[in-house]
Ligand binder design. Sequence first.
Ligand SMILES: [Zn+2]
Length: 118
Amino acid sequence: MLYCTKCQRLTEGEKCPACNRSRALRQPRADDPVLLCTVRYVLAAMIEPLLEEEKIPYAKHTLGSSALLGGVSFLENYAFYVPYAAYAGALELLTGIFAEDDEVRMALREAAGVEGEN
Ligand SMILES: [Zn+2]
């Protein structure tokens, strides 16, 4: 697992899924902020209390209306970042809770750079 210092994302491969480069990749450190997922407001409002309840430190960034994700633009999105040390736990938490929610599962996969149906 490598970490892109530019995009703050993890990747399984040798290129960052966001910037498609390897230049900024290095081994992740425990306190590196990692993109957990990018979701719409309604989902962000559900995810936030879950992270708080589990005492997972996170940062929430509001993305502008021009944000482009996978070629699709969303009106308003929120990006959640967690420290690398907390990433696996946060991913497991949300994957479990949103097991039936395609949108959240896709957002988690997309942030992790997992190739899949778009
Ligand atoms: Zn990158």
